[in-house]
Unconditional design. Sequence first.
Length: 475
Amino acid sequence: MKYYSTLFLLLSFFCQRLPAQTVQRPNVIVIDVDELRWDGLGITGHPFVKTPNIDRIAREGMVMENSFVVTPICGPSRGSILTGQYAHTNGSYKNTVPYGYNQTLTTYPMLLQAAGYKTCFIGKWETGKNADITPHPGFDRWFCTGPNRAYKMDPTVNVDGVQTEFKGHATDISSDEAVRFIKQNKNGPFSVLLMPRSVHTSYGTENLLAAERNRNLYKDVPIVRAKSANAPIVRQPALQDVEMTPPTDEDIRNISRMLVDIDDGVGRILKTLEEENLLDKTMIIFTGDNGFFFGEHGFTEKRAPYEESIRVPFFVRYPPLVKAGSTSEVSILNIDVAPTILSLAGVPVPKNVQGRSFLPVFAGGNLNKPRKALLFEFYPEYYGLKTRGKGEGGIPAWKAVRTDTWKYISWTEIPDMDELYNLKDDPFEVNNLIQDGEYLLIVEKMKKELDEQKKMYDDPGILFQLTSSYAKTEK
């Protein structure tokens, strides 16, 4: 009862009542894939991965060519999609407590549920205490794959609060649950948030296990590394102390195989929507929670402020508003998902949402409040990463600001580590211009822009005690 009382108070504070008359509202499906690079799909130019069903969403809808996540790590990224807020606002700084996602936040599924939608969460939550055990508010159906065996066969799934054993591959089981929920709620409106744990990358064959039908795909395909995989990092001081082992060629093949599992599931979802005459009545958003490094800058994982980590694919299919085969170069952020969905559903957007609806983009316009720059942030989370000679550590905290041409990175834990890149001339971000005298005015301009962005989004700075080896040794 406490949850419902809180929710109704929030709704009365943020929102006004919907019209009493019955309106045909669209269904909404968001598919947020774990660690999916912007160039990881067939339609975005991958040299060998075949994803015909995902590509169909893009071909029959709009490709948002400049889509980014504001914090490139699993939990905070999910928090931003759910709330439409930066981590410094919603408090979801890290994957784990005490800085992980909490159940007191108002999310777009909570507001859709209160407005009459049937809501469903499927897949990986992994943000905060009991994240994979306790169903969270805002969902009529909770189907959460736990941290163990979640990539592979016979997983344990939390189904509405009950730990349940399943037979089969975790990705297939998640996709089948989406199909079941759609059929059960075909009279709508419904909202599905599908967050498959694949293609999250914990190296080794045991942790990168595709469904059996796809395990032999691409076995003879050569892996070609990006230019920046072998580039020197002498002008990137923040990277020089980080110990990382880039993925092997076979790791990358396994990741590609797991993506085919996801594509198979997307195909079943699309088929179900067609069979139930719901395909054109449903907005489908396909994206990723963050990117991933395949050795670029000597990196693995994500967390760093470079394009491979912060840029993700983003496709939208909804024929009543979105023209098939269309593209947009308007830059969008994952905090824009919540206000867009709420606006589409006719649900007032809470005033504390920091994202902006991109519905006008479908008609060839811009965001309802166009951005001149993009703000990104990362708070230190040293999850198994090491720093050379400094013990436990990893990627230090940073803030970054990006325009169409320039990216400025401020490593907030350590002075004299800033970076500046010309994204037009140096898309792989290997030539740090911060020390070049001819760019002093650009540096000052970008520093000012970063300060303005932080002020615009009420960024108070780091709110907790740093414990990294950087903070200990540099002070």
